[in-house]
Design a protein around this ligand. Structure first.
Ligand code: G3P
Ligand code: CA
Length: 313
């Protein structure tokens, strides 16, 4: 059977080139040909949904300069402790390490070379709709519900608000244009049953999961449509210190269970050990192992690879 073209999911936008989750990074990703743009979703104090990866603001913004004294006892500035108006006043820059000083990826967009705000989810949904219309190409959304249980403890039902927002903007009428992802299996089950989420669900699996058995994948297939495994679960060294790479059967097993597979995260500046470059990694995961899509910080490189190796029929 001919292979279908893998989808390119711009991980936090074209975040290899511009600070993650800024609208300019999403526009660049669309211009580079991404099929989907990702939204990590967290909430503000006034229960507004924003597109931001972390529960706390200090690694990505100037919050400590703008709001000194507003950190919790652990020294961190939680999104949920700030109103949307306050969060709108912050400026995003390239991700820094947890100590707040060195950039996480030193060769990426420089600090202070631009001023970018944090978008709300609704702003980003409107933005993607606008780009779908102006480019004539449907731009898919791929939101992730971040720490739903923690948000519920803060009094905010992130999942319900997210689904309501997407329904309000008419997304059930455009099948295939939204995937909803989460690490929490209980929340995905709740989305499927209690919240009657009309969109395909993606079970994220982090690298500490170890191996995922065929039986576990069949269980996931009872409530989800796809898995989003860490790339480390797909290919890794056979043994510590060994030059040989091992390819797990995860993708084949997931396909056998009826699940699509979209691994994360493909970065040219942070490759799994043993790979020389991104092309080699794409070759293994898309051509040899047959993944159905991928999350990448570099959508242009993934799109270029796919255009070359999966010519349009
Ligand atoms: O959602 C896929 C991938 O983004 C999961 O990890 O930490 O980048 O949200 P994270
Ligand atoms: Ca994510």
């Amino acid at each position: 059977m001919p292979r279908s073209r893998p989808i390119v999911i711009a991980h936090r936008g074209a975040s290899g080139y511009l600070p993650e989750h800024t609208l300019v990074s999403k526009a660049l990703a669309v211009g580079m040909g991404a099929d989907f743009i990702e939204q990590d979703v967290v909430a503000t104090r006034d229960a507004e949904l924003i597109v931001f990866h972390d529960l706390t603001l200090e690694c990505m913004t100037d919050v400590n300069e703008r709001f000194p004294g507003r950190a919790r006892a652990d020294g961190r500035y939680y999104c949920v402790d700030f109103s949307l108006a306050e969060i709108r006043s912050l400026r995003v820059s390239e991700r820094r390490r947890a100590d707040g000083t060195a950039p996480r990826y030193p060769d990426r967009f420089p600090k202070d070379a631009g001023h970018f705000p944090i978008p709300t989810l609704e702003e980003e949904v409107r933005f993607a709709n606008g780009l779908s219309r102006s480019t004539g190409r449907p731009i898919g959304l791929y939101p992730e519900i971040k720490d739903p249980e923690w948000h519920r403890e803060q009094g905010i039902d992130l999942s319900r608000k997210l689904v309501d927002m997407l329904v309000k903007h008419g997304y059930p009428a455009t099948p295939g244009q939204v995937f909803v992802q989460c690490f929490d299996p209980l929340e995905l089950q709740r989305l499927r049953t209690e919240l009657r989420c009309p969109f395909p669900l993606v079970q994220l699996i982090d690298k500490h999961a170890g191996s995922v058995s065929p039986d576990a994948l069949r269980q996931i297939a009872n409530y989800a449509d796809a898995i989003g495994p860490s790339i480390d679960l797909v290919c890794r060294r056979q043994q510590p210190g060994s030059a040989a790479l091992a390819y797990s059967s995860l993708i084949a097993d997931a396909h056998a269970a009826g699940l699509k597979v979209h691994p994360y995260t493909f970065r040219r500046d942070d490759l799994p050990e043993g790979f020389r470059d991104l092309t080699e990694l794409l070759d293994v995961v898309l051509l040899r192992l047959d993944a159905d899509g991928l999350f990448t910080d570099f959508p242009d490189l993934a799109k270029g690879f796919i255009d070359q190796r999966f010519p349009a029929r």
